[in-house]
Structure formats: C-alpha cells, structure tokens
Design a protein around this ligand. Sequence first.
Ligand code: ADP
Length: 247
Amino acid sequence: MGGAKTDIKLISKGKRIDGRGFEELRPIKIEAGVLKRADGSCYLEWGKNKVLAAAYGPRECFPKHTQNSYRAKLTYRYNMAPFSTDDRKRPGPDRRSTEISKVSREALEKVVFLEYFPRTAIEVYVEVLQADAGTRCAALTAASVALADAGIPMRDLIVACAAGKVDDEIVLDLCQEEDNYGSADLPIAISPRTGQIHLMQMDGTLTRKEFSTAFEMAQKGCLKVNELQKKALKDKYEKIGEEYGTE
Ligand code: ADP
C-alpha cells in the first residue's frame, strides 16, 4: 500500500486487474472440521490466499499464573509460512504478525463467552499457507469458523472483509497488486447478526465520503462471506449426521 506512482494500470474499461467488477469478491471456499487433532478447524481459500485455522479449548491454562479467575484466557496466533509469499518470509513472529494477532484476539474476545470458562485457555492458531493480500481478514474469518466448529459458545460469528481505493475507485476485497499499488485499504470485522464492529484498520488515505462508501462496501462483503461460513458449518454437521444415521 502507499499509492506509489506506477505504470501498472489497475483498472481498465470498468474492470480490475484480475477481471473483477468493483464490488466483486474473489472466489471463496470454506471448509470446517479439516483437522483431526484440533477441537475445531477450518480451511479457507480466498482468491489466492490459503489459510488453515485450528481452535482448542476450553482447556487447562498453562502457565498457571496466567489463569484468570473470572474468565477464559483467549490466545490467537497468526503466522505466515516462509513459503507463503513471493520472497521467502523470514520464519517466526515479527511486528506485523504480532499486531495482527493482537487485533484479531481482541475482536474474538468480544464474541466468545469467556466468562463461562474461568481459569481455562481457549487457543486459536492460524497458518497462512499462501498470501495474496487480505490475509488478516481471511485468517479471522477462518478462526471464527474453527471456534464454532470446536463448539465454543459464541454470541455470533465474526466475519472480516476489506474495501479500498484503487485508481480513484472504491473497490471491494483488494488483491495483491491492488494492495501494493492502490491508495487505501480498509479491513473490517463485524458480527453479522448485530452489525457490531470488532476490527477496523486503515492503510492509506480516504476522504470522508470515500471512507463511508468503502465501509459500506466492506460491510456488504462481510455479509456475503458470512453465508459461506454458515454453509461450511452446516455441511460439516450434516456430514456427521449422515455418518451417525440421523436426518
Ligand atoms: P493483509 O494480508 O491482511 O492484507 P498486509 O496489508 O500487511 O496484510 O499485507 C498485504 C500482503 O502483502 C500480504 O497478504 C502478503 O501477500 C504480503 N506480505 C505481507 N508481509 C509480507 C512479508 N513479510 N514478505 C512478503 N510479503 C508480505
């Protein structure tokens, strides 16, 4: 991001660099319950992004001095695999992944009923296997499905999506080229049922009017992605129903 002047034409004849319309999401696939060892899990493909989320808990909280007597301790680890980007990404945590983990954890703390499980730990791990912009949104969307798949009580799912500004147009769900050479990116995360906003960040600059347009566009994007989250969870439990011979 940064709106660097470039010869790359990001929008031509009303279409974006990857052929999408301004309000079009990249193709998204969500599958729940993909990992045997985790309590809940989710595999999500969003355009060229590929992420895997695992959720554990509520389980015993270690080290014990980090236990909270009134509620569960929620941890969230966002990690990019070294092979997830064009240049090899240096393995391990960095400032960016620490920041993404923090804001994503704070978002999930708003929807998980932590007070039901004092002294326990609820842990979420998200591995970005392939990155193409929008990974914090993809990761949080997958994490929320993994938590629901683990049967952890939540007020609502959380769903995330971004909108931004590219070649003076407000567009939904920026891809890597748009993120690199566009002039603003506005990722948000909401609870689809209540509309509550749990995460909002912005890179670049927007006028007040552009901000409102981008925000509304991102909200609409979130609601579309939420339909896919719900379907993934329904499909998983229908499959279990079939295995156990129930309707
Ligand atoms: P998000 O993935 O949530 O959009 P950023 O805007 O920080 O987060 O990053 C945009 C994209 O830039 C990432 O999805 C990824 O493709 C790429 N990227 C981020 N960090 C690195 C890195 N350390 N090395 C190479 N590419 C990176």
